[in-house]
Structure formats: C-alpha cells, structure tokens
Design a binder for this molecule. Structure first.
Ligand code: ATP
Length: 905
C-alpha cells in the first residue's frame, strides 16, 4: 500500500467491516506469526509516541542564571568592575559560573533518573501471536496484531474491534467525555466523529468494563493520540509541595536579606562614613552569605535520590508528592492476593457431593497425586472430577506453557492453577478447547464475583459453565451433581460447611456450576445464570504468604503503622491468612455485607480495631479510606482493578500493583509496585521517611550555616570592627564549600531506628520552633568561633591576612563538624557507624579540605583571596574549635532528646 492509500484507509477502518481490516492488514483472528510481527516492527517502527520536545542544553544551562541571587551577584560584579576591583569581579563571576554548572549537572542527573523511572512504567499488552496469548511490551505492537482487552486495560494502540463482550471504554483523553462508551463491532458511517466510532478502541483510552479484542490499525505517532500528543506532552518538574514551600521561603528570605543589606549599606556609608567601595563589597558578602542559594538545587537532588532509592526497592513513584506522603503514612490498607501472599496458586482440595479430595503437585505442573482419606484416588472411579476439570478449562482465560521443564502461567495465576488441576484429573485442555467453542461470556467482575461461559460443540450441544465465590454460586444453584453423573436437589448447608472448613485453612474457595442450554442459544445474559444451575463441586486453592511480607508487617507495627487487609476473598480465608501474616486482630473480620449494614458512626467506632475486611467490593475501599482519614490518619491504599481507582485517588498515597494491576489503577495511583509485594510498600515508607529527614537535614544544616556567616559580617559592620572574613572569602566559602557539603546530605542513608519511630503528624511544619532554636544556637556558636579565633590571632600580633585566613578556615571546619552532627538528628552521633560516615560525606569533606589547603597555601590563590599560610599549631587549634562546637551541640541535642523522653513518658 502506498503512503497515501494507507492514510485514506486509516480514516475508513471504522466504516468498513472488520473482515476488510483483517484482509488489508494481512492478518487473521489468530494473530500474526512471530516472524511477521518482527518484520513489521522493522517496517513500522516502535509503537511509541515521539518524546516531548525538550529545551536545548544551552537554554537549560542559561536558565540556571535566571535566579534572583545570580542577578544580585552579576549586578555586584558590574559595580565592582566599575570600582576597579578586578579580582573581586573575576571571583564573583567564577562563583556564578560554578554555581550554574553544579546546578546544571545535578539537574541533568535528576532528569535522567526520572526518565529511567518513567521507562519502568512502560505499558504491556496482551496479544495473540502465533495463535497463542502473550504479554508483550506495548511498544512492540505492529499493525495487524490482535490485541486482547479487558477491564482496567489502557488501549495500547488504535484498534478496529473484532469481538466485544460488554466492552465499555472511557475516552476522555481524546473526546473529553468521561462517561464510558459502549463498544460494538459493526461499522459506522464514514463521517462519524471520533466519539461515535463505536467499533474502534483508541490508544490511551481506558477499558472500564467487559472484554474485547481488536486488530491494530495504527501505532505510535499514527494513532489518534499520537496526532495530538504535542498538545498533551507535559514535562513534570522535580518538586513536591514541601520543596515548593521551601523555595518560596528561600525567595522571600532573599528579598528580606537584600533589604537588610541595602539598609546596612546606607547606614555604614551615611552614619558610619565608611568607604563606599569597601562597604559595598561587605554587603555583597553579606547577601551571598545569608541567601541559601544552594537550597533549591540540593532539595531537588534529595528528591531525585529518594525516587531512585524507592525504584531500587521496586516502588515506582508516579507523582512526586507521594515521596513526602509516604513518610507520614500511619495506616496501610492492602490487598491480600499477590501482595501479602505470593499469588502462586495451587489447587489443594476438591469437594464433590460425597468427598473431599486432597491434591499434591509442584507449581503449575499439570501432574500430581490425588488422594482421598490419605489413600490414592483414581479419577476413573470418580468421573465427577472430570466434569469439574472440564469446567475449570472452559471457564478460564489463562494458558500454561512449559519452558525449561518449568510450567508458567500466562494470565491469572488462579486460572493457571485450575488448568493444572484439569491435567491432574486427566483432562487435556487443548483438546477441550478444540471441542468446545466459547460463544459468549460474562467476564469476572469483583462486584458479582463470578464468571460464566457459553460453550458450544460441533455436535449441537451447548452448556453454560460458571465459576465464582461459593456464596454467590450456591445462590444460583438448585441442584447438585451426583457421583453417578445425575442430579439431585442442592444441600446448601453441606457446601457452606465445606467451604468454611477449607477457607479456615487459608485456602481460596471457588465453586463450579453448569447448566445445559438450547444449542440455538448464542448470547449469554445474566438471566441465564441467575438460577437453575447445577453445582459440580468446590475447589480450594492455596496461596502461601510471602515470608518477606510477614517481616514487613512486623516492621510496620514497630513503626507505629497499622496494617489492614482488604480483600474480596472469603472471611475464613482472610482470617487465616491474616493470622499467618501477623496482623494485630486476625479474629475480628468485617465483611462487605457488615459494612453495608453499618452507619458511618458505627464504622468509625470499630474501624481502628478491625484489621481484616473480607468479601469487600471496590466501593467499600473508598468508604474505608474516608473513615480512616476522618480519624486524622494518613492512609496508603493498594489497588489493582479498574474499580479501585476512586479509592486510590482518595487515599493519601494510592499504590497500584505493577504486575497484576490494571492500567486504570496505575493511572490513579501515586506509587506503582514493580513486584506487587507488601514488603516494597514498607520499604517505600522507610525511604519516604528518609527523604523527609534528609530534606529536614539539608535545611537544618543550610540555614544555621548561612545565618552564622551573615551574622559575622553584620556584627562587624554594626560595631565598626574590621571584617574577620573578607567578602571574597565569604563568597568562596558560601558558594563552593557550602553547596558541596550541603549536597552530601541529599545522599544520607536511612538513620537507624527510622522504622521504630511513630509516623510524623499530618501537616507537621518543616520549620518548627526547634529548628528556629537550632539556627539561633548554632549561628551564635559560629559567631563565637570566628570572632574568637580572629581576636586570638590579632591579640598575638598576627597580620590581619593570617587572622582572616584562620577565621575563614575555622568557619569551614565548623561547617564540617556541624555536618557530622546533622547526620543523626534522632540519635547520637557518637557511634562508630556515625563516625564512619558515608562515601559521599567523606568525598565532599576531602574535596572541601583540599580546596581549603589550596586557597590557604597556594601563592597565586593567596594573592586572589588575600590569604596567608596558617602555622601548624594554629591549624590544630582550628580543628579543636570544630571539635568543641561538635561537643556542645551534641550535648545540647542529648539533653533535648532526654527532655522529650521524660515528657512523653
Ligand atoms: P485479594 O484482596 O485477595 O487480592 P480480591 O479483592 O482481588 O482479593 P477478587 O479478585 O475480587 O478478590 O475475588 C473475590 C472472589 O471472587 C474470590 O474469592 C473468588 O471466589 C472469586 N473470583 C476471583 N477471581 C475469579 C475469577 N477469575 N473467576 C471466578 N471467580 C473469581
């Protein structure tokens, strides 16, 4: 086809019968072959939207000069140049460039980290290739592929629908219409607008219910969304509400400092009659000293480090504010299957009208022993097992493959286990699937808790097979299958009792029922299965708890975080798993029906002490989140289905499952778990707490450092003393030294005992009275140290250059010791662990120390910065001052921690 013909065709896929699409795209209902798909991928390229246009490197670098402080510095450089202080001008310019380069490099790193994380969320698609269902990367789809859709999926390319079953798709992203559209396969008029093309499914839209399959007709930039993607591309900036607040605070602080600096300039010049040039340089030094210019860059990198750390622990952050929220989570509501348990299912028991069989085996291998009362049972003597096995195959969307002698499931693990069961009872599922054709289906939905399939064979037989939660299925049955293959009236009490008994062992229970229908019947309605079914049997599936989840639940408990399990499973199963996993109150279970019967006040009264909610539907999740939030708790909620989206959105931290979760859930969530594992949630909370602590550490280190430096100049100016550190030296210390040291805090590992602290209160301010006190206390000590050594040096008759060099080095040494102190805000800094530091800390300390040696001892720099070599013993004295500062602030912290403890006891 020529390019023009292709375009013309594209607009008509929806106006012609589906057979035409199959023909034109040289494909068939079984999908492309693997080779064909690979060849087409070469031809059409990956199914990917073009990357949003990025700013050029030059523009991004230039933007680092777009900052109020840099303008102040550039202005100062111009004035110093006009005043003839060429060296000062050059230093200021060097400092400006260095600052921009550091910011640029860090920003680049942060962006790369975010890009890598975005890639981890790449879309997967279910396709038929070579006649088999396979999960492939969304970007490997090609025109002609047959894609399977189910509730919760994001449509991976533009599709001409081939088969639908109650398929509804929400197309708001393209049409703005949030009400889902019911899909059909019949062609529509050529002039139909996008929203009316009901036989198409467009890339990027969400399947809200039902199932379907379609032929890929356009990929990548050729899709409808691709055509408008330029309008949608938004580049997320690396920020969170807290960091934004901090940046706003830093801006206002800058303005305040500039006003103070201007006032001082006027005061010094008019009242103190100081030399203007000298005075001007002093206030430039003051401004640079006081303005926390490194803060935004360091906070950004702290977030980026946190996002990366979470990704390493399989928690992928979709919305950055989640990093902060996670740190304050006080209750985690989690799913059971796959999150607390492994989601590696195996049928362990089968119940028929007379017997309860036990099954053995390994993984999904369709072979294994069947026993009855501890003796081997023969399938031939129990024909009813075959009927159950047949239903298990037909009422199933999964497939099993053997690779390297290990059996793997494609699709729902529970259904995989049912295929394995069919093998164990002597059924060959491939033959069954050839004998019986699926004519229609009612897909599984957590709201009705069953699925039904209408089957026809080639000999004019037809029947419906249904599987689902036992309470649900029993209510739909009036008869039960006898061992001889006949029917008898249903004895519901027997089945309920058996279901309870299996569930109490932690097994998930499913019931199977059938109903013969007239072969002319080809459309399955709810009314076909609402009554008159014949129950064949029950199946109990084991799904062992994840050992790491048990450990993580214990960690959460010690961190003051309550864990609640919200499951669609049977109350008995839920209670048994809850006990195994170590939940606090495993015997108190509320079911969805209990919740429906309760008023809000009643729910509020018991929600805190109930940890297990069984047989719930997604609507209950929303209600539970709101009830917990009403108690002032910060709620993390997991979800996987399309109907979980409202609860995920409402929760403070919505967490979607990366493996079994639907795209709809991922889209609504703040965090996606790459491995669906509860342990990853606990790890994410730990990282969230670490990031918050590190932000706090960066601020607690930066603000007193800036205040201390600024106070040195202000005090000298106000008291008419000579400056103990020159403006150029202050510039050096602040812009080169401070930004490197402060940066080290962004990489701080988790403090010991982080998961033994209770969660921080909701809305706790970052700038607390305690931090205010720390700023005042440390800047006073900085002031004492700098003036102390300066006075000591001048008293001993040292030249003023040496006195200043000593004062500047004292300042840097105090900053380094302050850094070691800040690393442990919750515990003592006097442990081997604390003293050993981290590679990053030592690397920055070594860099800064080397830089200080160079500026102090290298003659050309001595000329630029007005420094003088410091004698050895005085050098020792400078370090001793650092040690003294550390001893004082550490003692003060210990006192404060003790007082807190006394108060809280
Ligand atoms: P969990 O919290 O354990 O992940 P869930 O909330 O996802 O559970 P659902 O998947 O909604 O639970 O399942 C609820 C019940 O519906 C199950 O206990 C089972 O009896 C039944 N069920 C689950 N999946 C299917 C299916 N594919 N076909 C028929 N019945 C099913």
């Amino acid at each position: 086809m020529t390019e023009a013909a292709k375009n013309a065709k594209e607009s008509a896929w929806y106006a012609s019968p589906v057979e035409e699409a199959l023909h034109d795209l040289k494909t068939h209902a079984g999908g492309l072959s693997m080779e064909d798909a690979a060849a087409r991928l070469e031809e059409y390229g990956p199914n990917r939207l073009p990357d949003p246009a990025k700013r050029s490197v030059l523009v991004r670098f230039a933007l680092h000069f777009h900052n109020i402080l840099i303008y102040v510095l550039l202005g100062s450089a111009a004035i110093t140049a006009a005043l003839g202080h060429l060296i000062d001008t050059l230093v200021i310019l060097a400092v400006v460039v260095a600052n921009a380069v550091i910011g640029f490099v860090q920003e680049g790193k942060a962006e790369r980290a975010m890009d890598a994380i975005r890639k981890m969320l790449a879309l997967k698609a279910s396709v038929l290739r070579g006649g088999e269902r396979r999960a492939v990367e969304g970007d490997s789809l090609v025109p002609g592929d047959i894609v399977l859709l189910e509730a919760g999926d994001k449509v991976p390319a533009d599709l001409r629908l081939l088969r639908v079953s109650s398929l509804q798709i929400q197309e708001a992203i393209l049409t703005g219409e949030s009400v889902p559209v019911e899909k059909h396969i019949r062609p529509v008029k050529p002039e139909a607008p996008l929203g009316d093309r009901v036989c198409m499914a467009y890339s990027g839209t969400l399947v809200t219910s039902g199932q379907g399959r379609g032929i890929v007709v356009a990929t990548g930039a050729g899709t409808e969304i691709g055509k408008i993607s330029g309008m949608l591309a938004t580049v997320e900036t690396l920020t969170t509400p807290l960091v934004r607040q901090m940046n706003a605070f830093a801006k206002w602080l800058t303005v305040l400092i500039l006003l103070i600096a201007a006032a001082l300039l006027v005061f010094g010049y008019v009242v103190g009659h100081a030399d203007f040039a000298e005075m001007f340089m002093a206030v430039v030094g003051l401004s640079v000293a006081a303005i926390p210019e490194g803060l935004p860059a360091v906070l950004t990198i702290t977030l980026a480090v946190g996002v990366q750390a979470m990704a390493r622990r399989n928690a992928i952050v979709r919305r950055l504010p989640a990093i902060e929220t996670l740190g304050s989570v006080s209750v985690i509501c989690t799913d059971k299957t796959g999150t607390l348990t492994r989601n590696e299912m195996m049928v362990a028991s089968v119940v028929t009208n007379l017997h309860t069989f036990a099954l053995d085996g390994t993984g999904y291998e369709p072979r294994g022993a069947i026993t009855l009362d501890n003796a081997a049972a023969s399938v031939r003597e129990h024909r009813i097992l075959e009927e159950l096995g047949r239903s298990a195959v037909l009422c199933n969307d999964a497939s099993l493959h053997e690779r390297d002698s290990v059996w793997h499931v494609e699709g729902d693990p529970m259904e995989g286990a049912l295929l394995a069961l069919s093998g164990k009872v002597g059924i060959d599922w491939r033959t069954e699937l050839v004998t019986w054709t699926r004519t229609d289906a009612i897909p599984f939905d957590a709201r009705h808790r069953f699925m039904a399939i209408l089957n026809h064979d080639h000999e004019n037989h037809a029947f419906v097979s249904v599987k689902g939660a036992p309470e649900q299925i029993l209510a739909m049955c009036s008869a039960q299958r006898t061992a001889a293959g006949g029917t008898e009236p249903l004895v519901a009490e027997y089945w309920h009792a058996r279901a309870e008994a299996i569930a109490a062992q932690g097994q998930r229970v499913l019931a199977f029922a059938v109903r013969p229908v007239d072969p002319a019947h080809t459309v399955l309605e709810f009314s076909d299965v609402e009554g008159g079914l014949t129950l064949v049997g029950l199946v109990g599936l084991i799904d062992p708890p994840r050992p790491e989840a048990i450990e993580a639940v214990a960690h959460c408990r010690s961190a003051g975080i309550r864990v609640k399990m919200i499951t669609g499973d049977h109350r008995g199963t839920a209670a048994a798993i809850g006990r195994q996993i170590g939940l606090e109150n495993p015997d108190r279970v509320l079911t969805g029906a209990d919740l429906d019967a309760m008023g809000d006040a009643e729910l509020s009264a018991c929600i805190l002490d109930t940890d297990i909610f069984a047989r719930t539907s997604p609507e209950h999740k929303l209600r539970l989140v709101m009830a917990l939030q009403a108690h002032g708790l910060t709620v993390a909620m997991t979800g996987d289905g399309v109907n979980d989206a409202p609860a995920l959105k409402r929760a403070d931290a919505g967490i979607a499952m990366g493996l079994k979760g639907s795209e709809a859930a991922k889209e609504a969530a703040e965090l996606v778990l790459a491995d669906d594992n509860f342990a990853s949630i606990a790890a994410a909370v730990r990282e969230g707490r670490t990031v918050y602590d590190n932000i706090k550490k960066v601020i607690s280190w930066t603000l007193p450092t800036n205040a201390g430096e600024a106070m040195t100049i202000v005090v000298a100016l106000l008291f008419g003393m000579s400056l103990p550190i020159t403006p150029v030296q202050i510039l050096w210390v602040n812009l080169i030294t401070a930004i490197t040291l402060g940066m080290a805090l962004a990489f701080e590992p988790t403090e010991e005992g982080t998961m033994r602290r209770p969660p921080r209160r909701r809305g706790e301010p970052l700038l607390t009275g305690e931090l205010g006190w720390h700023i005042v206390f440390v800047s006073a000590l900085f002031l004492g140290g700098v003036f102390g050594i300066y006075t000591y040096a001048t008293d001993r008759g040292y030249p003023v250059e040496l006195a200043r060099t000593m004062a500047m080095n004292t300042l840097v040494v105090m900053e380094i010791f302050h850094l070691f102190f800040i690393r442990n805000i919750y515990g003592t800094s006097l442990t081997w662990e604390a003293a050993r530091g981290t590679k990053v800390v030592w690397a920055t300390v070594a860099t800064v120390t080397a830089a200080q040696f160079i500026i102090t001892y290298l003659p050309p720099l001595q000329r630029v910065f007005g420094t003088h070599p410091v004698p050895f013993l005085d050098g020792v004295l400078i370090v001793a001052i650092g040690v003294a500062l550390f001893a004082i602030i550490e003692t003060e912290k210990q006192l404060r921690l003790r007082i807190w403890k006394l108060r809280s006891e």
